[in-house]
Design a protein around this ligand. Structure first.
Ligand code: ITT
Length: 185
C-alpha cells in the first residue's frame, strides 16, 4: 500500500518510512510547504492541514505535526518548535532553561490520515527532561537536548533508543494498527 507523507522534513520521513515499510506500507515523501495553522495543540494543526490539503492532494495521505513541550515554560515551544529552533537555536533553548530546576518536557507527535472519507488522528508522546548541555550527533532538531525518562542519554546519543520509544514511533505504530490491523508494539 502506498501512502503519501506530506512533509518538508526528511528526518521525520526517514524515521516513519522505516517503521511503515516493515509492515508493508510504503510512504512517499511529498515535499510541500503549506501554511500551518497557529494553534496550541498538534491535533488542531493537523486537522486544519487536512482541511486544506484534502482539496489539493489525492488520498491516501498523512501529515504529522510534532514538537517539544517544556512543562516549566507552559508547553513552549510546543507547536512552534520548528520556528523557535530556527529563531533561537538549541543554545537559545538552553539559555531559556538556565537556572530552571524543573527540566521536565515531552515530545509529542500527531499524525493526521486522510483516506478520502474521514480524517483520523494518531498520537504519541515521550516524557523526559532537557539536558544542561548539548550531547550527541544523531537525529535532528531537539534530539541533542532531550533525555527520555529513565535514561541518561539524549536521543542524539542513542538513536536505537529513539527508534524504540519515540513519540513518532508510538504514533506511527497506532497508524499501522489502524491501516493494517497489525500490532507492531
Ligand atoms: P513539516 O513540513 O512536516 O511540518 P517541520 O519540521 O516543520 O516539517 P513540524 O512543524 O511538525 O515539522 O515541527 C516540528 C519540529 O519539532 C521539528 O522541526 C523539530 O525541530 C522538532 N521535532 C519534532 N520531532 C522531533 C524529534 O523526533 N527529534 C527532535 N526534534 C523534533
Amino acid at each position: 500500500m502506498l501512502v503519501k507523507f506530506i512533509t518538508t522534513n526528511k528526518h521525520k520521513f526517514a524515521e516513519a518510512s522505516e517503521l511503515c515499510s516493515r509492515s508493508g506500507i510504503q510512504l512517499s515523501m511529498v515535499d510541500l510547504d503549506y501554511e500551518e495553522a497557529r494553534a496550541d495543540t498538534c491535533e488542531q494543526v493537523v486537522l486544519s492541514a487536512i482541511n486544506i490539503l484534502s482539496g489539493e492532494i489525492k488520498p491516501p495521505f498523512i501529515i504529522e505535526d510534532s514538537g517539544l513541550f517544556v512543562r516549566s515554560l507552559n508547553g513552549f515551544p510546543g507547536t512552534y518548535s520548528a520556528y523557535v529552533l530556527k529563531a533561537i537555536g538549541l543554545d537559545g533553548m538552553l539559555k531559556l532553561m538556565r537556572g530552571n530546576d524543573d527540566r521536565s518536557a515531552k515530545f509529542v507527535s500527531v499524525i493526521g490520515y486522510w483516506d478520502g472519507n474521514k480524517p483520523c488522528i494518531f498520537s504519541g508522546s515521550v516524557e523526559g527532561e532537557i539536558s544542561s548541555e548539548l550531547r550527541g550527533a544523531g537525529g535532528f532538531g531537539y534530539d541533542p537536548l532531550f533525555i527520555p525518562k529513565g535514561y541518561k542519554f539524549t536521543f542524539a546519543e542513542n538513536m536505537s533508543l529513539k527508534a524504540k520509544l519515540s513519540h513518532r514511533i508510538e504514533a506511527f505504530r497506532k497508524f499501522i494498527l489502524h491501516v493494517k490491523g497489525e500490532n507492531v508494539w
